[in-house]
Design a protein around this ligand. Structure first.
Ligand SMILES: [Mn+2]
Length: 266
């Protein structure tokens, strides 16, 4: 079966040079989905997230945001969305303390430009990335389009990542572009699945993870699926990061092992 990700499997492991310089511990979060129009638990989410970011600062570690930080982000040459100002200033503050922020883009926040890549983040990844640290090999992906049955989504993914599509969207007035995004956001979110479907997802992701373990990776880290899982198999560990809508979960690598935790402070 042909998958979009197949081309990644055959590649030898590459290590990012940055991994040599990374400060421990490493923190991984994903799927925060900060909303354009704040909903019920948005204040709780922000308070918890800001406290968590303070904890990252105190730990003097490195932060990985594994996609879908924003429910929608589209950056124009001269325009950024003002609703995210508090978070952007917070992240800017995190960077100023010397903590690196690595941002793997998701399907909700792929359309970044230099404000995100140069001003806010240390490094931004438009695709899956890998790193080696303390003898451990990490494969990090937002995870959208991985499921074997998700053919339609993979086509959509190609369209919305297409440079011409992005160029056309950028030509729209921001008010129009964001109104459209807001409509999609309101009609398209189904973060809660049945237990049975979630189980099917994990089984399918394990098939993908296994190919990575065979290629020498110790950890496969993914977001996107809005469930918290840490599955240990022979050869490696699959971590599904959960989200900051229902779980407030994160993974931490202390130099020895990668474990998933919940941020239970307010
Ligand atoms: Mn996603």
């Amino acid at each position: 079966m042909l998958r979009v990700t197949d081309n990644l499997i055959a590649k030898p492991i590459k290590y990012t040079l940055l991994s040599m310089l990374m400060d421990l511990p490493l923190f991984f979060i994903s799927d925060i989905h900060l909303m354009l129009h704040p909903q019920n638990n948005e204040d709780i989410k922000k308070t918890k997230l800001f406290r968590f970011l303070d904890y990252v600062i105190e730990s003097k570690g490195t932060l990985f945001i594994v996609g879908d930080l924003f429910d929608f982000w589209f950056e124009y040459k001269h325009v950024i969305p003002k609703v995210y100002f508090p978070l952007l200033t917070k992240l800017y503050q995190v960077r100023k303390t010397g903590v690196e922020i690595h941002y793997i883009l998701g399907n909700h926040d792929y359309w970044v430009q230099d404000f995100i890549t140069d001003t806010i983040m240390t490094k931004t990844y438009f695709d899956d990335t890998t790193l080696r640290l303390n003898g451990k090999h990490f494969y990090i992906t937002h995870g959208d389009g991985l499921l074997s049955w998700d053919h339609a989504y993979r086509v959509l993914k190609r369209v919305i990542r297409n440079p011409w599509f992005i160029k056309c969207f950028r030509g729209l007035h921001p008010n129009l572009g964001y109104r459209f995004a807001n409509w999609v956001s309101k009609h398209g979110q189904h973060f809660v699945h049945t237990d049975e479907y979630n189980k099917r997802i994990v089984e399918d992701l394990l098939i993908f993870a296994h190919t990575k373990f065979e290629a020498g990776y110790d950890y496969v880290i993914t977001g996107h699926y809005h469930q918290v899982r840490e599955v240990v198999k022979t050869g490696g560990k699959l971590v599904i990061l959960g989200d900051w809508i229902n779980y407030y979960s994160y993974a931490i690598f202390d130099g020895q092992d990668l474990t998933i935790k919940t941020w239970d402070k307010q």
